[in-house]
Design a protein around this ligand. Sequence first.
Ligand code: SF4
Length: 113
Amino acid sequence: MDFTHLENASDGKKYFNVNWGLTNKCNYECSYCHPDLRDGSIKPANYDDISRFVDDVFLYCEQKGVKPYFEFGGGEVTLFRWFGELIWKIKNQGGLVSIISNVLALFIGGKAI
Ligand code: SF4
């Protein structure tokens, strides 16, 4: 049997990663998804607090000489009316964003896959 190994890419040292579950509310009910991940039972933070935390992360990264990289998941993050504003805020300050969303599934077939 062949073995492989995992190691950090040296490029990864240039980034500070924030993996952030913004909400546990979702507009789908996928059969394989635990209700805790989609039932909306946890009240999300408000935009002002989230925005302030993002600013704090940028300040920290500036001191460390690294770039912020935010990964947002849920639930469904695009349900927030302010979500576009949040990702533009991060982009305009030079940060990176990725999201885990069901929106692509919506465009493909109208159902979560
Ligand atoms: S779209 Fe994602 S969060 Fe929503 S129910 Fe399906 S797996 Fe869960």
